[in-house]
Design a protein around this ligand. Structure first.
Ligand code: SF4
Ligand code: SF4
Length: 340
């Protein structure tokens, strides 16, 4: 009998087992380092020093703790993850345990994709506009060309999408991103900029953002399969920031681990991504079910897709089950085929 690849099966099994209502993280994000070869204006991370990065042994220890805590999806980020010399080994270990993704600025992707393609379920490449605005926001000339070369070299080898941050600098250039998405036939996932105290504050102006959200909602109604975000994602931001109708944040669904192995609480942005306890010193299940999450449920301060999208998910909504569970599985099968 044909079955899906084990990693997909494991993911679905763990997702279903959490219906029992325990507060557990399902998605993990891990910054492998803060160092980056780009200097994006809106990014606080390249400005931070890397002190004690995890070696492979500790990366594996972290993964085992995450698995124990109920995590199904592990996403690697940075800084620039491809600067890690041991990236292949780390992805290999992750792929054995989790649905594994990575976000890269794409600078060295064309050169490195063949080394890592077997251990990634999904790859995001950051693109913030056409060449001029992308290079301006990312400060280093050539960023756009390298990222596009990386996307072209990776297509067909791994499931891939562009990741775009909407700021006041590129909000008038969103069509350039959508054009590129059509031209490359690669979907795009949008994030709305959050202003960190230690980065340039370039979140979009309210009126322009409101218009953009309307536009993206319409695009989703027209079934634009090139936009990965759900329609509900854009509607929730519009409702919360412009109409006073809040979405309920469930920050416990996502756990973030900093480059030293410390857990970032209660979420990515509050406390400006600062880690507290080492992951191997805590019992995730106990901490997650004793922590006072109530203070954050009506926060609505950010619109980070890794928090907002899972917070909106409801098993009782057929549209959501279709867009979050069934469609990704079908895409996965289309891309990877079935395994006996
Ligand atoms: S590429 Fe990513 S990590 Fe590097 S500076 Fe830009 S936003 Fe920050
Ligand atoms: S809405 Fe608030 S609690 Fe939720 S992820 Fe954003 S900053 Fe954190």
């Amino acid at each position: 009998m044909a079955i899906y690849k084990p990693v997909v099966l494991r993911t679905i099994k763990r997702d279903i087992s959490r219906i029992k209502n325990k507060k557990l993280p399902t998605i993990a994000g891990h910054k492998l380092l803060y160092e980056c070869n780009l200097r994006c204006k809106m990014c606080p991370f390249w400005r931070r020093p890397d002190n004690n990065l995890l070696d492979l042994k500790h990366e594996i220890l972290m993964m085992e703790k995450l698995k124990e805590g109920g995590v199904s999806y592990l996403g690697f980020e940075g800084g620039e993850p491809l600067l890690r010399k041991d990236i292949r080994d780390i992805l290999y270990e992750s792929h054995k345990r989790f649905h594994t993704s990575m976000v890269t600025n794409g600078w060295s992707l064309a050169r490195k994709i063949d080394n890592i393609k077997g251990y990634l379920d999904f790859l995001f490449v950051s693109i913030d506009g056409g060449e001029e605005i992308h290079d301006e926001m990312r400060v280093i000339k050539g960023s756009f060309k390298h990222a596009v070369e990386g996307i072209k070299a990776s297509k067909g080898k791994v499931q891939i999408a562009m990741s775009s941050t909407v700021t006041k600098d590129n909000i008038d250039h969103i069509d350039e991103i959508l054009d590129l998405s059509r031209k490359l036939d690669v979907a795009v996932n949008f994030q709305i900029e959050y202003d960190y105290k230690t980065a340039d504050n370039i979140s979009p102006e309210k009126e322009k953002l409101s218009n953009l959200l309307d536009y993206l909602i319409e695009e989703k109604k027209n079934n634009s399969s090139l936009i990965m975000n759900t329609k509900q994602y854009f509607e929730s931001i519009k409702n919360s920031w412009f109409n006073g109708i809040k979405w309920e944040c469930r920050p416990w669904l996502t756990i973030n681990i900093d480059p030293e192995g410390k857990v970032v609480m209660p979420c990515y942005v509050i406390n400006e991504y600062s880690g507290s306890n080492y992951i191997w010193d805590i019992d995730i299940k106990r901490l997650w079910n004793s922590y006072n999450w109530n203070d954050y449920m009506s926060c609505n301060k950010c619109a980070l897709a890794c928090y907002l999208e899972p917070s909106l998910f409801k098993w009782s909504s057929p549209a959501m089950v279709q867009s979050r569970i069934i469609s990704p599985i079908m895409d996965y099968i289309k891309f990877n085929g079935l395994k006996e």
